[in-house]
Each structure stands twice: as C-alpha cells, then as structure tokens.
Design a protein around this ligand. Structure first.
Ligand SMILES: CC(C)(COP(=O)(O)OP(=O)(O)OC[C@H]1O[C@@H](n2cnc3c(N)ncnc32)[C@H](O)[C@@H]1OP(=O)(O)O)[C@@H](O)C(=O)NCCC(=O)NCCS
Length: 177
C-alpha cells in the first residue's frame, strides 16, 4: 500500500445526495422499482461520497444489511443520501439511506439503508492506498463511527478475512449486553 500523510476530513465534506425518478424501464413486472436497479443507484451515491473523501478511484469491496422494507413505485422520486461513517487503512465504510415520495412530495418514506465498503486505489489502479481519516462531529455521526468498527469485524469474519479471536470489538460488545 502506498503510504502518505493525509489530512482528516469532516463527514460533510463528502456527504452526497442523488435524486432519481423511477421510470418504467426501472421496474419489475409488478410495477415496482427493481431491487437491482436500486442497488445500482445506492452503489453510485456511495461511491461518489467515497471517491470525494479519498480524492481517488474507489472500488466496492462489500455491501451489508440491504433489505427492501417498502416498495418504491413507478413515477416515485427516490432520494439517496450517503455519508462516510469511518475509515480504516485502505478501506472506508459508507452509510446509504434511501427515501421515496410521489411527485407531489406525498407518501414520503424511508425505504432502505445499507453499509457499503470501498477500497481506495492509486491513480494507476494497481495498488490500494491509504485513505484520510474522517472526523465525526454530530451525535449521529459519532454513533455511526462507533458502530463501524464492529460492523467491519463482522464482515471480515463472515468473509473469512478475520479470525474469531481477532474480533475484539464484537467480543467486548456482547460482554456488555
Ligand atoms: C477490494 C479489493 C481491492 C481488495 O483487494 P485485496 O487484495 O483483498 O486487498 P487487501 O487484502 O490488501 O485489502 C484491502 C482492504 O480491503 C478490505 N477488504 C477486502 N475484502 C473485503 C470485504 N469482502 N469486505 C470488506 N472489506 C474488505 C480489507 O479489509 C482491507 O481494508 P484495510 O486496508 O482498510 O484494512 C479487491 O478484492 C478487488 O479489486 N475486488 C474487486 C472490486 C470491484 O471490482 N468491485 C466492483 C464489483 S463489480
């Protein structure tokens, strides 16, 4: 990994909002937004925030906790919001929230959320590179920051990249409940 001294950044420096309208081509046979199309938009809004934070190319390494709790209908306006929760070495976690409403702003609801992990790459796209730290300022940002360490351990455990005995944050969490 290429080593550099990087200036920490605020969450708001890379916070990203994207708006889409659900067109007929985006829907499944039931007339609702197809899950795969929503995930594509989520990946885009998350990667923009990650890329802005890292000021580099990023690739999606994993996606966690995606659930489609409420359907999104043809013609709905979909607003996707992304924010960096925490950075590690070459990777960073991005939280994405999805809201939908009709064109008049009615039936406004939160439909989905997920945590994306991205890895920053050097300009030649051949190596991973260190990412700047993120500074959480609000209570919400701090809460997401604290939880990110446990979520990272869990995803690395499940993908076989971490041994159970290394997952100290998770052990500590379960000891306290
Ligand atoms: C993501 C990728 C760069 C990781 O490469 P790698 O050789 O495994 O790199 P490393 O082992 O050095 O890990 C690099 C970072 O990725 C993280 N990582 C790797 N796999 C991960 C996973 N499944 N979930 C979460 N983080 C992961 C590591 O924890 C590490 O983070 P850290 O540096 O902050 O500690 C590589 O697997 C890749 O290029 N994947 C394809 C990405 C892509 O094309 N995405 C679009 C999908 S269509």
């Amino acid at each position: 990994m290429k080593k550099e001294e990087l200036k920490p950044k605020k969450v708001n420096d890379s916070r990203t909002i994207m708006t889409e309208m659900v067109m007929p081509n985006d829907t499944n046979p039931s007339g609702n937004l197809m899950g795969g199309n929503l995930m594509r938009w989520m990946d885009i809004v998350a990667s923009v925030a990650a890329g802005k934070h890292c000021e580099s190319e990023v690739v999606t390494a994993s996606v966690d906790h995606v659930s489609f709790t409420k359907p999104i209908f043809k013609g709905d306006i979909v607003t996707l919001k992304s924010a960096i929760t925490r950075t590690f070495n070459s990777s960073l976690e991005v939280y994405v929230e999805v809201f939908a409403a009709n064109m008049k702003g009615g039936n406004n609801r939160m439909c989905n959320h997920a945590y994306f992990t991205f890895v920053a790459l050097t300009d030649d796209l051949k190596q991973t590179k260190k990412v700047p730290k993120v500074i959480p300022l609000t209570r919400e940002e701090e809460k997401l920051f604290e939880g990110a360490e446990r979520r990272r351990e869990l995803r690395l455990l499940l993908s076989g990249r971490m041994k159970p005995e290394e997952a100290k944050g998770i052990k500590e969490f379960f000891k306290n409940i």
